[in-house]
Ligand binder design. Structure first.
Ligand SMILES: [Mn+2]
Length: 428
């Protein structure tokens, strides 16, 4: 990271102060974080790409399995770095990194040795996916991934330090280059695969290094929310591209929808209006607002928009009363963003719960705002008969279905006096 080493120092100091207070509050004398163990596919010797334990990444962006971080009050955090004798893979000692000065680094050749160095652990809390090793090293059962401590550390993760914001911002800049390159290939008639490859070439990393697999959907595939394929043949008039970048372990999560000149004129109108609507929703983000209120506001505005374009026959208010906006916009307005794409307080399950439990936004949190309108046959078919059927203009819906859908997503920092849109600076 260039020019922001002081931001990183400040970040580690914040982590240390928070950890000390949290450990004391929960009666622990130390915190052991493991970076994770390799995950091997069933009946196979191939390993899945490792997703480092997020609590470990919260301290430092070191990739690789088997590393331990030991945090104790009043002492420089100790990094026990696994560098095995292994000629199958590359394992490098840490020489030149912006973060190394913040840790007391010990190199070991085996995981067993790493745990020996971690030392006396009778009052330690352990977070990681190797409970058996922690237990063998003396961590008592109730101190392994202790729920209350983990919950508090997770809550702290939602408030970003300036270093974390800088990482998320760099992840915006890199992803923006990918979106721009992808759009050019789309406009030239490229396939989903070609568009995806243009994105990858522009961001300059491998698929495994992305925070999530790109969603590269042409035309009606845009109505599949997490469409996972990349067709090598064919082109489209509408592109929905949901793609981010990971920088020092921090993600961007950006969606753009583009339509060619030759796309359906009504769809193009809907897209232009959704752009405006999305910016209006972004403008709602302020400290102390209820996130779920933005979600409900989006439903109301989408209902009104669909009515104005003649796609539904009733007002936004009536559409919400009848619950029909959910057929067009079946996901949440957004989620927390950080080390994980759906960051703590924002896994798909808790995000929904929190949207309904008056989750209040606070300064320093980073969220996404991603309204969408889709023509999903599975959801719309339920309304084709029965009392809600007359609320829809089925001719227009049939006409728009081949265009798929629209999602527009920016990453927003909750600033003291209003939203700071981290995405638009790099991708208008
Ligand atoms: Mn998202």
């Amino acid at each position: 990271m260039t020019g922001s080493d002081s931001l990183y120092q400040e970040h580690v100091r914040t982590r240390q102060a928070k950890a000390e207070a949290t450990l004391t509050a929960h009666g622990f004398d130390s915190l052991i974080l493991s970076s994770g163990k390799p995950f091997t596919y069933f009946a196979d010797d191939q390993e899945a790409p490792l997703h480092t334990t997020p609590h470990f990444t919260h301290w430092l962006p070191l990739a690789g399995a088997g590393n331990l971080l030991v945090v104790r009050p009043g002492i420089k955090p100790q990094l026990i770095h696994l560098v095995p004798d292994d000629f199958w893979r590359e394992h490098q000692p840490i020489t030149d990194s912006f973060w190394k000065e913040e840790f007391d680094i010990v190199e070991v050749k085996s995981i067993e040795h790493a745990w020996k160095i971690a030392g006396a652990l009778a009052h330690a809390a352990y977070i990681g996916d190797e409970p058996e090793r922690a237990r063998a090293a003396g961590v008592i059962d109730t101190n392994i991934n202790p729920a209350e401590l983990v919950a508090q550390l997770d809550t702290e993760r939602s408030y970003k330090t300036p270093y974390e914001v800088a990482c998320i911002e760099e992840a915006q800049a890199r992803a923006a280059a990918g979106h721009k390159a992808a759009k050019i290939i789309f406009e030239k008639g490229g396939s989903e695969l070609a568009i995806h490859q243009a994105y990858m070439a522009a961001v300059g990393c491998t698929e495994n290094e992305l925070p999530y697999e790109t969603i590269t959907a042409l035309d009606k595939k845009a109505a599949i929310l997490h469409y996972q394929h990349k067709r090598a043949q064919g082109s489209g008039t509408v592109l929905l591209l949901d793609a981010g970048f990971g920088y020092n372990g921090y993600a961007s999560d950006i969606t753009r929808t583009w339509a060619l000149e030759s796309a359906d004129p009504l769809f193009k109108e809907l897209l232009a209006r959704m752009e405006t609507l999305q910016q209006e929703m972004c403008a709602q983000v302020l400290p102390n607002i209820v996130y779920a209120d933005v979600h409900l506001k989006a439903h109301l505005c989408i209902g009104t928009l669909l009515n104005e374009l003649g796609i539904i026959t009733v007002s936004g208010e009536a559409a919400m009363e009848h619950g029909i906006t959910k057929a067009f916009f079946p996901h949440g307005i957004g989620h927390m963003l950080g080390i994980q794409v759906h960051d703590v307080g924002g896994t798909s399950k808790t995000s929904d719960e929190r949207l309904h439990k008056s989750f209040i936004l606070e300064e320093g949190q980073v969220i996404t705002i991603e309204p969408g309108v889709y023509f999903i046959p599975m959801l719309l078919s339920a309304h084709r008969s029965g009392v809600t059927a007359p609320l829809f203009n089925w001719d227009l819906i049939d006409r728009l279905t081949p265009s798929g859908g629209i999602r527009i997503e920016d990453d927003i920092l909750v600033g003291k006096t209003g939203p700071i849109n981290l995405t638009r600076k790099y991708l208008p």
